[in-house]
Design a protein around this ligand. Sequence first.
Ligand SMILES: [Mn+2]
Length: 336
Amino acid sequence: MSSAWIPHWRRVSRGLCNWATFVDESQTRVVEASLALIRERARLKAAQVRGKGGSIATTCLVGVPLGHNSSFLQGPAFAPPKIRKALWCGSTNSTTEEGKVLDDVRVLTDAGDVPVQELRNCGVNDEALMLAITDSVKLVMGEQPLRPLVLGGDHSISYPVVRAISESLGGPVDILHLDGHPDLYDAFEGKPFSHASPFARIMEGGHAHRLVQVGLRSVTQHQREQAKRFGVEQYEMRHYKRDRPILESLELGEGVKGVYVSIDVDCLDPAFAPGVSHHEPGGFSFREVMNILQSLQGDIVGGDVVEYNPERDTRDGMTAMVAAKLVRELCAKISK
Ligand SMILES: [Mn+2]
């Protein structure tokens, strides 16, 4: 190449650089605009709670319609609106089992969805997307007395959500994790943000002190080693008969900032919840999950219901009702 070309190449590379900078800055502004909507909704909902006399803690829904970190099917991206529809379905009363009234804004409110698909559509990468989820949850937590209950989405979202909670509270939480799978892979198919890896990221980040996994029935050797490495307490379904008294008297949150509850709908047997991506027989009945949840002792600072896959549900959305009832009963634990 002759030296006469050099200024030309400089111009081209400068042009590319400006273009890349323009895209970066535009994406940042789109993320900021998305966060502004969550912030304003959370502010408004917290003001409405105070207007009704206030509360110690109010459950605030946040939808995270993210399905692309799934290893098998992507349907959980479509879950949040289906769960909301089932939550407010006229076929059942708007109360929890113990009688909390869900259409009281002091018990349950909603900050809307993180616009995951729109952000991806703008080319926002996974790391920035995870950060946007963390920041969204932090904005909700910043508005007393709101506590986030996140509608997934696949299980990859639990990492940015728990990160937000531990960073907001200034220390780790204890986690009760109900799931057919431990989701502890260092990376799955090369993806560190895979839905099979969130609890590895959470433990590495120091965001959890105790991680208690319940409902397991598909644990690989790698994940047993990861559990040992991170000091995870694993309760497998094959020992359920023996473990049941322990699981129905769990006390978490001792010496930490609170308790987080993560519920993968596939903790249930597929007979009770067919609308999930991974059918793993041998799981809990719905009542068994209720017994564990309702007897749980500790200050519940947040939670999630993930992995509901509407594309695998029955035509009349039976699993949506199951996911919605998990949301209701988690709300009963959080709000006070
Ligand atoms: Mn699972």
